[in-house]
Design a protein around this ligand. Structure first.
Ligand code: AMP
Length: 112
């Protein structure tokens, strides 16, 4: 069981910023920017490949949630980044699909 499934099941706490019938979002425990929120589906797709293949409509919903959270967090105007890491070389460390929302400062490019 992944750490994100434990959060979904209420077994470990998280700083929740969004909950609906399909998705939840919470603050990253090791924030890389002043705003660093993770948006995850309740269904345990392991990564973007699995999620987009099996449930493309859900991916649209997750991105909509990202944009709503950016508004909620006050970074929609200043700008922000949405990232999903997939697999070893993509830097994925938790095998439950998640979108990072990063903002609140000037972000660098590109990832090293
Ligand atoms: P990734 O490396 O793309 O798989 O992202 C996983 C993210 O989950 C990392 O940014 C971690 O800091 C974050 N993370 C791990 N455990 C927790 C937790 N218990 N609560 C919140 N964020 C977490």
């Amino acid at each position: 069981m992944t750490i994100f499934q434990k959060i979904l099941d209420g077994k470990i706490p998280a700083d929740m910023v969004w909950e609906d019938e399909k998705a939840v979002a919470f603050r990253d425990i090791e924030p890389k920017a002043p705003v660093h929120v993770l948006v995850i589906p309740r269904k345990p797709y392991r990564n973007i490949g699995e999620g987009a293949t099996e449930d493309p409509e859900l991916m649209g919903h997750l991105l909509w949630v990202c944009s709503q959270i950016a508004e909620q967090e006050g970074i929609a105007e200043s700008g922000y980044r949405v990232i999903t890491n997939k697999g070893d070389e993509g830097g994925q460390s938790v095998d439950h699909l998640h979108f990072h929302i990063l903002g609140g400062r000037q972000l660098g490019w590109t990832p090293s």
